[in-house]
Design a protein around this ligand. Structure first.
Ligand code: PLP
Length: 446
């Protein structure tokens, strides 16, 4: 543990959020003067102010006040080996030293090597292009599907997130009324009307409704994009993804699996391996950069080859795509993850953590449930069955917020109201600390 750093002990009365995070408050006040909300991405904000971090190692984070946390946010998923894994840090150092520069702006050997590595996992007969983020991967997957189909409309699922652009923000968090009607709801000020007109909204895990809506719009649709595991913690019904595959194949509409989150969190090879459904296109991000910015879209050769510059039919470009250090960090991460037993242990720890929290919730008679898949889970304060976004609207958000702040006060870092992510660095001590925090908090939530 770093010198002078305080481990948050679980005690009956931990210092309240505002008392223990005074330096974060001072930072937030300063940062707000230059950066809207004091954050560089809306997702990093929460009321009254987000906690600002200073150092990290393994499963732990330390904030500006020196408080220590077990990290269940992991930068919203990418850090599957935890912070500063030695193998990843070495790969980054070696990559910079051997190249003698940060980037070439030309093809380099690691690009094809890493593309082949990822394709072997996801689509041995396919092709791949790298991007710099998950958002760019989904943007270009949809664009290339449009190029293939020559039609304007996209179909996306209610409550699914594919990145912060107008088109993907449509109905990613609609109101109860909008959700019930399945109308395309703007997710951001500034969304042009034509974006709403060209977006078909679908309900996850409701195959009859999905089939009839796709059939009704098949002639205008360029693609269907889906998070195969909704928000990475709501699993698809056994026949849902298969049915989605069949109806899209029937109309030759490219099916895009956005596996930016589920790619290595559902398990190796993502949801498509787990549920045995092969999409036409797959989007990757987060874990594949090993903690550095990287994304990719891959899939059917006949679609990806539209981007071949010799034919000059589909334009895809990006100054930083294929960033050498990100490829090196990503490759090191995946090689470590694929080492014997590593992923199995992560999945076992994740399962154990979910089951233990669920058991404690039951024993404390709190009206909540744990939903999860692979190494991601969330806690929803409801007893109703949850099969899609609309079902989640009935959960009590205030109770979840109370839980999250009580966890923060006890050294368990979760972004309020967001899922929990685990890493291979979450050891026995880290999860025991988490269970002790839940033991204290749950009786106060009844
Ligand atoms: C499923 C999914 N797709 C796309 C994105 C966008 O990725 P990025 O934030 O790297 O642009 C995210 C980000 O959380 C995501 O969860």
């Amino acid at each position: 543990m770093a010198k002078g750093v305080r481990m948050a002990k679980t005690s009956a009365k931990p210092p309240n959020f505002r008392i223990r995070t005074k330096a974060s408050k001072a930072y937030a006040d300063r940062a707000r003067r230059w950066i809207p909300g004091g954050v560089t991405a809306n997702v990093k904000y929460f009321d009254p102010y987000p906690i600002a971090m200073k150092t990290a190692k393994g499963s732990r984070l330390w904030d500006l006040d020196g408080n220590e946390y077990v990290d269940y946010c992991l930068s919203f998923g990418p850090l599957i080996l935890g912070h500063g894994h030695p193998r990843v840090m070495k790969a980054i150092r070696d990559s910079l030293l051997s190249a003698g520069t940060t980037m070439f702006g030309t093809p380099h050997e690691l690009e094809a090597a890493y593309a082949e590595y990822l394709l072997r996992i996801f689509r041995p007969d396919g092709k791949l292009r790298f991007t710099v983020s998950g958002t760019e991967a989904t943007i270009h997957a949809v664009r290339i599907a449009r190029a293939y189909r020559k039609r304007p409309m996209i179909a996306k699922f209610q409550g699914h997130y594919h990145g912060g652009i107008d088109e993907f923000l449509v109905s990613h968090a609609p109101s109860e009324e909008e959700a019930a009607k399945l109308v395309p709801a703007s997710g951001s000020l500034g969304t042009p009307e034509h974006v709403l007109k060209d977006t078909l909204v679908l309900p996850f895990n409701d195959l009859p409704a999905v089939e009839s809506r796709i059939r009704a719009h098949a002639e205008r649709l360029s693609c269907v994009i889906v998070e195969p595991v909704e928000r990475s913690f709501i699993e698809p019904d056994p026949e849902f993804l298969k049915g989605l595959r069949e109806i899209t194949t029937e109309h030759d509409i490219p099916l895009i699996f956005d596996e930016v989150m589920s790619g290595f969190r559902t398990g190796l090879g993502g949801a498509q391996h787990t549920y045995r459904v092969t999409p036409d296109l797959t989007c990757l991000g987060k874990v594949i950069g090993g903690g550095l910015p990287c994304g990719a879209f891959l899939g059917r050769e006949d679609i990806l080859d539209l981007a071949d510059p010799s034919a000059d039919r589909f334009f895809h470009s990006s100054t930083f795509a294929g960033y050498p250090t990100a490829m090196a960090a990503g490759l090191a991460t995946l090689e470590e993850l694929r080492r014997d037993g590593v992923m199995a242990k992560l999945l076992a720890t994740s399962r154990h953590t979910m089951l233990e929290i669920e058991k404690r919730i039951r024993e404390a008679q709190v009206m909540a449930k744990v939903l999860g898949c692979g190494s991601v889970f969330s806690i929803l304060f409801t007893e109703a069955p949850i099969r899609n976004y609309r079902d989640t609207l009935g959960a009590n958000q205030e109770s979840r917020r109370k839980l999250d702040f009580a966890l923060l006060e006890r050294g368990v870092f979760v972004k309020p109201e967001k899922p929990f992510y685990l890493s291979t660095a979450h050891d026995v001590e880290a999860v025991a600390h988490t269970f002790a925090a839940f033991d204290e908090i749950l009786p106060t939530l009844v």
